[in-house]
Design a protein around this ligand. Structure first.
Ligand SMILES: NC(=O)C1=CN([C@@H]2O[C@H](COP(=O)(O)OP(=O)(O)OC[C@H]3O[C@@H](n4cnc5c(N)ncnc54)[C@H](OP(=O)(O)O)[C@@H]3O)[C@@H](O)[C@H]2O)C=CC1
Ligand SMILES: O=C1O[C@H](COP(=O)(O)O)[C@@H](O)[C@H](O)[C@H]1O
Length: 549
């Protein structure tokens, strides 16, 4: 049996067990029913992610028996309209049509306000009627703008709780607040109406295959445990890039900006898993305890460690979308300074990481869609190969090893190493990769979408991949001061063209902190000094080291 077949067989077997487990939830208590609510059913997230995910879980047999779905929003919609809007994201195959129709039939829609008691009382009555059971377990997904979380969560708790023994789970989308203060307020508010056990704060990056893989990679391989620290690692770079702009979501985005939208949550979550100590076990509480501990060791970001930018349209592009800058998006004020690109550098003040820069970089409207973690190792001491042709054909600059975990697209783990240039006499050195690209190695193995894993976790009651309130508080504490500085216009907003690789100033900042860029991109414009080649970066990082001392 080939490796692929073996992996597939194991995965299928695990899925079968999970399927049996999920579909039987509640069956020991007779015909226990479940109701899954989508609040904000008319919205973007609901159409692109939540409804498609519910369909895929249903199609694959991961929805408990006797479940029904109820959409809720203010718009006067119908189930038919919701499914029309979401059609292009559903990916229904011809032979799945019948099942898809069955799925649509167990959906309903109720419209009403987000703050009136009578609307929620009506929703409760409708729910009892639709599910036929006042004790049905209820799952509420808030696919809503954060501005309405407060009212909606209160109304649900007051008017839509199931009767005992039914339980309730409330799934809250990020951003959880706008800053430390509003996040704490939201937490206090939620704590008034819900127990921590009932709350599921979703960060969909925690549902991604390669993010989940970090824990296994780090703690099940002896080869990494010895080097995973300041003695061997020079810098850690966590990168998020999108090749689309705000695409009409500017109204929402402008209130938040890229630090709140991506860095405070997705990238900070990744950082905490990359940097945490080994948890006692794989249970949710042990893992989250370690994540919080490491976040507590991070000081708030300093103004000198931040670079922000905002995209402008590329007038030379033939694509009308790329011709539009951020300020052209509907709902964005013409004088907005909201960053669509940011780089922040963090330091973890503990024995393992002292002095190692964690460079978090995120941007919209760039040249590609990509999320990856780059663990860059220190230079090899001794200079034994100084006379050999090494990095990029330059004598005496041995490329650093780098472990890259590509979260998306095309999941991969590869280790950049130096090898003897094949076939050559002597010791000429060539950079290469030890490459585990998933779609080559594990052909035919399906990697579920992040939302599939997370909604499945909600059904099974697993909280490993959800954010605890203390994690949230720590993440806000770290970014809060810099957000205030940005709001006070203390940080310059650097324009970049739609489709750019990134901001040159950000790359220079990373180099100053010791990260050596080993890619091949050469900056064309001369806006801010020259970086872009490994040898130049090496010089910068060396001089930075001297300045620091
Ligand atoms: N869209 C995405 O790709 C992602 C979104 N998220 C998060 O998910 C949540 C929902 O996002 P998204 O679906 O894009 O949001 P939308 O702007 O599409 O809002 C969802 C629904 O909420 C209602 N709504 C919108 N604005 C207001 C308002 N000012 N006051 C009251 N109700 C309003 C509307 O429904 P109606 O008018 O019918 O009541 C709308 O259909 C957000 O917290 C977002 O951060 C997270 C990851 C990705
Ligand atoms: O949470 C968010 O994530 C998306 C990107 O998600 P991905 O899974 O496609 O990487 C981002 O577009 C959005 O602005 C942000 O709110």
């Amino acid at each position: 049996m080939s490796l692929q077949e073996r992996v597939k067989e194991k995965v299928d077997c695990i899925y079968q067990r999970l399927r049996t487990h999920v579909t039987n939830i509640g069956s020991s208590t007779g015909s226990q029913r479940h109701v899954f609510f989508v609040f904000g059913a008319s919205g973007d997230l609901a159409k692109k992610k939540i409804y498609p995910t519910l369909w895929w879980l249903y199609r694959d047999g991961f929805i408990p028996e006797n479940t029904c779905f109820i959409g809720y929003a203010r718009s006067e919609l119908t189930v038919e309209k919701i499914f029309q809007n979401a059609a292009k994201y559903m990916k229904v195959q011809d032979d799945e049509r019948e099942k898809y129709e069955q799925f649509i039939k167990i959906n309903s829609y109720v419209h009403g306000s987000y703050d009136k008691a009578e609307d929620f009382e009506r929703l409760n009555k409708e729910t009892n009627k639709i599910s036929g059971q006042a004790t049905a377990h209820r799952f509420f997904y808030l696919a809503l703008p954060p501005s309405v979380y407060g009212n909606v969560s209160e109304m649900i708790s007051k008017h839509c709780r199931p009767e005992s023994p039914g339980f309730l789970r409330l799934i809250v989308e990020k951003p959880f607040g706008k800053d430390l203060e509003s996040s704490n307020k939201l937490s206090e508010h939620l704590n008034k109406f819900y127990s921590e056990e009932e709350l599921y704060r979703i960060d969909h990056y925690l549902g991604k295959e390669m993010v989940q893989n970090i824990i296994v990679l780090r703690f099940s391989n002896k080869i990494f445990s010895r080097v995973w620290n300041r003695d061997s690692i020079a810098a850690v770079n966590i990168i998020f890039k999108e090749d689309i702009g705000t695409q009409g979501r500017g109204g929402y985005f402008d209130e938040f900006g890229i630090i709140r939208d991506v860095i405070q949550n997705h990238l900070m979550q990744i950082l905490s898993i990359v940097a945490m100590e080994k948890p006692r076990s794989t249970t949710g509480e042990d893992i989250r305890d370690e994540k919080v501990k490491v976040l507590r060791c991070i000081a708030p970001i300093k103004i000198e460690d931040v670079v922000i930018g905002q995209y402008i349209g590329d007038k030379d592009s033939t694509d009308p979308e790329r011709q539009k800058g951020y300020l052209d998006d509907d709902g964005v004020p013409k004088d907005s300074r909201t960053p669509t690109y940011a780089q922040v550098v963090l330091f973890i003040n503990n024995e393992r990481w002292d002095g190692v820069p964690f460079i978090l970089r995120a941007g919209k409207a760039l040249n590609e869609k990509k999320a990856e973690i780059r663990i860059q190792f220190r230079d090899v001491p001794g200079g034994m190969f100084d006379e050999e042709l090494t990095e990029h054909g330059v004598k005496g600059t041995l490329a650093r090893d780098e472990l890259v975990i590509r979260v998306q697209p095309n999941e991969a783990i590869y280790l950049k190493v130096n090898t003897k240039r094949p076939g050559e006499m002597g010791f000429s050195i060539e950079g290469t990769e030890l490459d585990l690209t998933y779609n080559e190695r594990y052909q035919g193995v399906k990697l579920p979408d992040a939302y599939e894993r997370l909604i499945l976790d909600v059904f099974t009651g697993s909280k490993i991949n959800f954010v605890r309130s203390d994690e949230l508080q720590e993440a806000w504490r770290i970014v809060d001061p810099i957000l205030a500085e940005i709001d006070k216009k203390k940080v310059p907003v650097i324009p970049y063209k739609f489709g750019a690789v990134g901001l040159r100033e950000a790359f220079a900042g990373a180099a100053m902190h010791g990260y050596i860029y080993t890619g091949t991109y050469v900056w064309k414009d001369e806006r801010s000094g020259s970086i872009g080649s490994p040898s130049q970066d090496r010089e910068r990082s060396k001089s930075f080291g001297k300045e620091k001392k």
